[in-house]
Every structure is written in C-alpha cells, then in structure tokens.
Design a protein around this ligand. Structure first.
Ligand SMILES: [Zn+2]
Ligand SMILES: [Zn+2]
Length: 211
C-alpha cells in the first residue's frame, strides 16, 4: 500500500517520503522552519566579522562557520555569499535519511568596533620600547615591530621622536616580550604602575634598547 502525502497527494510511488510527507512537502516544511535572516556582527574599522573565537576575516569559510552556529543541529554548507544574503545548503538528519534544502538567508549586519580597533582608536598601549643608537638600525627595528604586531592583530599605537632616538608605544606587553625573545634582544626592563584594575596593579613595561 503506497503512502500518500496529506499535503499534495503525491504517493510514495512518485516521490521519496520523509515520515508521512513527500520529499517536496518535507523540504517546504523544513525551509519554512528555518530563520530567514541571521545577524552577523561586523567591525566597521577593520571589516572583520565576529566568529566563535573573536573577530575573523570576512571569508567564505568563516561565514560558513558562523551560519552553522546560527542553525544548530543542522549541517550547513555555504553555496554562495552575496552582499546581504547567503545561499545555504541546510541539511537535517531524519530517520529516513538526510533531508536538505537550499535557502537564501538574509544577513543583517550589526556594526561594532572590535577590541583591537577600539584600542587603536584610543591610542591604547601597554609597553614602550625606547630605541637609542644607530639610526638605520632603529628604523629597521621599528619596521620589524610594526610587522610583528600587525601580523598578530596587535599594533603600534604611537611613535615619538626623541633627541637621541624613538619611543615606540605598543598595544600588548606580552607580545612585546615575545618579540624581544624571538629576536634574542636583551633590553633593560622597567615597570611603571599604570593603575589598578579589579584590585590588581597594572604595569606598563618599558624596554630600553641600545642598537
Ligand atoms: Zn507532498
Ligand atoms: Zn576591528
């Protein structure tokens, strides 16, 4: 005795069935159940989008992961990314096998400033490198610091020219120490109390380097 779909009257001779509904009606039902619009948080300065572990490049793979987190319990593949929407292949596992549907999902972008851009905009710094000595070496060191920090999503917040060198302000002191270690530099270190946050003393590091 073939099944007959209660919505469209197709029978199981003409179509595959998922439960008591034919595949066409099952797909329609799945599609209707899925949110038509999802929200993505986006940094208006660096254009990166918020993923599960912080802000990431707005690349297709990252969008696919974010869409996956918006449709929990489904397997989600990005077919095409448009300006304000994404064509997704969304599949649900059912007792009769995977049921999948292609659906155009609208993307609503929420503007924000990511942590890095927020700090940049306020010239935030945790460390100062005082460079003194040979001008050409100091310039190479500044370029090298800029490269090192920017590649790791941190930044040089300010460079001051002094009579005998430069003060380079850096956004992250742990990264400043890693930089020194990676270049086998042995700066003279000093610490300045910058304030107290949550009962803990916050120090700014100063690295004096003679090149
Ligand atoms: Zn049907
Ligand atoms: Zn940003």
């Amino acid at each position: 005795m073939p099944k007959s779909c209660p919505t469209c009257s197709r029978t199981s001779n003409d179509a595959k069935f998922f439960g008591s509904f034919c595949e066409y009606c099952s797909r329609d039902k799945l599609s209707a159940k899925l949110n038509a619009v999802v929200e993505v948080t986006w940094c208006k300065r660096c254009m990166r989008i918020r993923g599960r572990e912080g802000f990431v490049a707005p690349a297709g793979r990252n969008f696919e992961e974010i869409m996956g987190s918006r449709f929990k319990g489904y397997s989600v593949h990005l077919v095409k990314l448009n300006r304000d929407s994404a064509l997704l292949d969304i599949a649900e596992m059912t007792p009769d096998g995977p049921l999948s549907v292609e659906k155009e999902i609208g993307i609503r972008y929420n503007k924000t400033l990511c942590d890095t851009c927020y700090k940049k905009s306020s010239s935030y710094y945790e460390a100062v490198v005082q460079l003194r000595g040979n001008p050409a070496k100091m310039e190479r060191m500044i370029a090298s610091l800029e490269r090192y920090f920017e590649r790791r999503n941190q930044f040089v917040s300010k460079i001051e020219k002094e009579d005998n060198g430069f003060n380079v302000y850096l956004s992250d002191k742990r990264m400043a120490s890693e930089f020194m270690a990676s270049k086998r530099l042995k700066p003279n270190m000093s610490y300045t109390l910058a304030g107290i946050k949550g009962g803990k003393k916050i120090y700014k590091n100063t690295y004096a380097l003679h090149l």
